[in-house]
Design a protein around this ligand. Structure first.
Ligand SMILES: N[C@@H](CCC(=O)N[C@@H](CS)C(=O)NCC(=O)O)C(=O)O
Length: 216
């Protein structure tokens, strides 16, 4: 199996992170948004939704959308819970991530840290900051009920994986995670799990960097 990804994408990081947790050896084909690779005919032939991540199966079929890929890779592992209510809760928190959490936090990081084409005072940044804080407050409240993981009581699930990258990288967009102590402890728990994989393999200190390596 292979992931078509980009180096700094949090949505792609989710997929590599879960693969690492469950011990799937995922090959990578790493593209560059800056170089325009996502406009190329060879990428678009595999990516009807025109976004990374894309999972390529060994038989040539492909899957888009990070949440769908996490669901696929987690089958038969404890990361997709068995009880129906836990499964539904996991989906609920993954929808929350896509609807309320990922977009404002990703946009802040993209425009304030990576592209640097907006300032914190610009209206879109102010709106994303408010939405991002609202999403993090919801996550904080969920974890403040004494639970270790977002959707299941006893073990992490793919909802934790889905919510982790853009939470972890929120400081790049000017969000101070010190306001969310439960979230910080949850981040520490995820990073302490066997198989944890940082954004840049072997270089955890680069997670909050704006680096894009020219090779690989
Ligand atoms: N809902 C999608 C979002 C994927 C997404 O936004 N991917 C970004 C990288 S993080 C992308 O491909 N951007 C390219 C572009 O906007 O042209 C998912 O969760 O997989």
């Amino acid at each position: 199996m292979r992931i078509i990804d980009t180096q700094r994408s949090g949505n792609c990081w989710k997929v590599r992170l879960l693969a690492s947790f469950v011990g799937i050896d995922l090959q990578r084909r790493t593209l560059s948004i800056d170089r325009g690779d996502l406009q190329s005919a060879s990428f678009l032939a595999h990516a009807p939704m025109k976004r990374v991540p894309v999972l390529e199966l060994d038989d040539g079929r492909t899957l888009s959308e990070s949440g769908a890929i996490l669901f696929y890779l987690a089958q038969g592992t404890p990361w997709w819970p068995q009880a129906l209510h836990d499964q539904a809760q996991t989906l609920a928190w993954m929808h929350f991530e896509q609807e309320q959490h990922m977009r404002p936090l990703a946009q802040l990081r993209l425009h304030l840290a990576l592209r640097k084409d907006l300032t914190p005072a610009d209206a879109p940044a102010r709106a994303w900051r408010q939405e991002g804080h609202e999403a993090l407050a919801i996550l904080e409240a969920r974890l403040a009920t004494g639970r270790q993981w977002v959707s299941t009581e006893t073990a992490p699930s793919i909802s934790d994986v889905a919510l982790y990258p853009y939470t972890r990288m929120a400081p790049m967009g000017g969000i101070d995670l010190a306001r969310y102590p439960q979230v910080q402890r949850w981040i520490d728990r995820i990073e302490g799990l066997p198989g944890y994989a940082p954004l840049f393999p072997g270089q955890p200190d680069l997670t909050l960097s704006t680096l894009e390596k020219t090779s690989g």
